[in-house]
Ligand binder design. Structure first.
Ligand code: GAF
Length: 468
C-alpha cells in the first residue's frame, strides 16, 4: 500500500503536470467494502460497511472564475471543463458527472462553490464494486468545501455531506443508489465497521479486527464490470418498494419476521423481500458477534467462524432470492470455501464486481490459488486480489510538493512573471502545445483576475473552507 505522503505527492504532481501550478491541497476519500447488509440501505434497513485503505485523491486548486476543470489519471483524454452556473442534472455524462454532480449538489445545499481545477487519481479498480464513484464524490466534496471563498460558519457534519453526495449521484448522475457507500467513505474508522441504520441514519462504530482472530479479509475483483446505472439495480429497488406497498408497510425494514412475507402472492417479490428481511437480521447478528469478539478478552476465533457462516448464507440469499449474483462470483465463492475460507459472498450491487472472503490468515495463498485456478479453467480474465483492511474515512492529506526528481515545489509559475501586456488569466481549462510559459490560454484577458489568481495561489494550506 502506498503511504499517504506518496499519494499526496503523486496527486500534486498530476495537478502540476496538467495545470502548471501546485494545488491548494490534496484530499483522499476511501472506497468501501461491505461486511453485511446488501441492498438493505434503500429499504431503510441496516448496513455494516467499512472504509478501505484504497481510495481516490483529488488535488485541487482554486480558480477565480466560475469554471470547473476536471482531469483524471484514469481517464486520459477525457478532461472536462464546465461552467458552474450552467450545471444541470443529466447534462454531464461519464466519469465527470460525479464530481460535477457534487458541485451542483453543494450549490443546491447553499454553498458558494468556487471555480476549481481538480486532478483525480485512484487506486480503486473501477467497476469492481468498491465504490470508486462514492470515493470520487467524497474527495471532490471535501476539496470544494475547503476552497470555498467564504468559509462556512461551521463545518458541515459528515452525515449531511453523505446525503449531499447521495443526492448528486441520484439526481445529477441518475443512479438510484442508497446512502451506504458515501457514509462508509465519510464516516469509516480504522479498525471498525460502521453500523448504519438507514432509517434513522444513526451510526455506531463496531470494533472489527479479524487479525486478532488470526483471520483476514480478502477481496476478489472478478473483473466482471458492474454498473449501477444499467437497470437491474433500479429494478430491484422498484420490486422492494412494490413488496412494501403490498404489505402495507413504509419500507421492508418494518418487516422482521419472514412469515409475514407469506402474504405476498408473487413468488419473485416474496424472494426479494425475504433477502432484505434476512440480511437485516444478519447485520445485527454480525454486530453482536463482533462486539462479543472484542469484549471477550480471547481471540474471538469462534465469533469469526460464525461471521464466516453468515457471509456464506448472505451469498446464497443474494444468489437465489435477490438474484444479483453472477457466474464469476459464484465460482469464486465456491472455490474459496473449498480451499478453506471461513465464509465468502458477493459484495455490492451485484451483476459484477467483487467477492469478499473471510479467510484464516495462513490460508490466504491457497485460497488465491484455488480461485485463480477456477477462473483459468473457465478461461475468464484472471481475478485481482486485494486486502480489505478497515481504514480511516475521507480526509485532507498533508500537501507533499514533489518527490525526488520531480518538478514539484513550484508554487505557480505565473506568480512571479505575469505577462505585462494582454495578460491572461492562467485558466486551467485550455492547454496549448506550446512552451510551458505560453501553455495557458484564456478567452478573457483580465489582468485583475490575474492578480487575484496569484494572490489566491500564494495562500496555501490550510484551505479557506470548512471541510476537514
Ligand atoms: C451499491 C449502492 F450504491 C449502495 O447504495 C447499495 O445499495 C449497494 O449497491 C448494495 O448493497 O453499492
Amino acid at each position: 500500500m502506498r503511504s499517504e505522503a506518496a499519494r499526496s505527492a503523486q496527486a500534486a504532481e498530476l495537478f502540476l503536470a496538467r495545470f502548471g501550478a501546485a494545488p491548494d491541497g490534496v484530499w483522499l476519500a476511501p472506497g468501501r467494502a461491505n461486511l453485511m447488509g446488501e441492498h438493505t440501505d434503500y429499504n431503510d434497513g441496516f448496513v455494516l460497511p467499512f472504509a478501505l485503505s484504497q481510495g481516490t485523491t483529488a488535488a485541487a486548486g482554486y480558480r477565480p472564475d466560475r469554471r470547473l476543470v476536471l482531469c483524471s489519471r484514469q481517464e486520459p483524454g477525457r478532461e472536462v471543463e464546465l461552467a458552474l452556473d450552467d450545471l444541470a442534472p443529466g447534462q454531464v455524462t461519464g466519469w465527470a458527472a460525479y464530481p460535477a454532480g457534487i458541485a451542483w449538489a453543494l450549490s443546491a445545499a447553499g454553498y458558494q462553490v468556487p471555480g476549481a481545477c481538480i486532478a483525480i487519481d485512484s487506486d480503486l479498480p473501477a467497476g469492481a464494486g468498491l465504490s470508486s464513484s462514492a470515493a470520487l464524490e467524497c474527495a471532490t466534496a471535501l476539496a470544494l468545501l475547503a476552497l470555498l471563498a467564504l468559509p462556512a460558519p461551521s463545518p458541515i457534519p459528515r452525515p449531511a455531506l453523505a446525503a449531499i453526495a447521495q443526492r448528486a449521484e441520484n439526481e445529477f448522475v441518475g443512479v438510484p443508489s442508497g446512502i451506504m457507500d458515501q457514509s462508509a467513505s465519510l464516516l469509516g474508522q480504522a479498525g471498525h465497521a460502521l453500523l448504519l441504520d438507514c432509517r434513522s441514519l444513526e451510526t455506531a462504530q463496531v470494533p472489527f479486527d479479524p487479525a486478532a482472530a488470526d483471520a483476514r479479509l480478502m477481496l476478489v475483483n472478478t473483473r466482471a464490470k458492474h454498473e449501477l446505472s444499467d437497470g437491474e439495480y433500479g429494478q430491484r429497488r422498484a420490486e422492494c418498494e412494490q413488496a412494501a406497498r403490498l404489505l402495507g408497510v413504509p419500507s421492508l425494514r418494518s418487516v422482521t419476521d419472514v412469515r409475514e412475507l407469506d402474504r405476498l402472492a408473487d413468488p419473485v417479490l416474496r424472494r426479494r423481500a425475504r433477502h432484505i428481511v434476512a440480511d437485516n437480521q444478519r447485520v445485527l447478528e454480525v454486530v453482536g458477534l463482533l462486539r462479543s469478539a472484542s469484549g471477550a478478552g480471547g481471540s474471538g476465533a469462534g465469533a469469526y467462524r460464525d461471521i464466516g457462516r453468515l457471509l456464506t448464507a448472505a451469498h446464497l440469499s443474494l444468489r437465489d432470492d435477490f438474484e444479483v449474483s453472477w457466474a464469476e462470483a459464484d465460482a469464486a465463492v465456491d472455490a474459496a470455501l473449498a480451499a478453506g475460507a471461513l465464509g465468502a459472498r458477493m459484495m455490492g450491487g451485484g451483476f459484477g464486481g467483487s467477492v469478499l472472503a473471510l479467510v484464516p490468515r495462513r490460508a490466504g495463498g491457497q485460497i488465491r490459488e484455488a480461485v485463480a485456478e477456477t477462473f483459468g479453467r473457465h478461461a475468464w480474465t484472471a481475478p485481482e486480489f486485494l486486502d480489505a483492511v478497515p481504514s480511516a474515512s475521507a480526509r485532507r492529506l498533508a500537501l507533499q510538493l514533489g518527490s525526488p526528481g520531480s518538478q514539484g515545489g513550484t508554487p505557480c509559475r505565473y506568480e512571479t512573471k505575469p505577462r505585462r501586456s494582454r495578460a491572461r488569466l492562467p485558466s486551467c481549462g485550455t492547454r496549448s502545445t506550446a512552451s510551458p510559459r505560453s501553455a495557458w490560454t484564456c478567452p478573457r484577458p483580465k489582468p485583475r483576475c490575474w492578480r487575484r489568481w496569484t494572490v489566491c495561489r500564494s495562500r496555501s494550506a490550510p484551505g479557506r473552507g470548512s471541510a476537514r
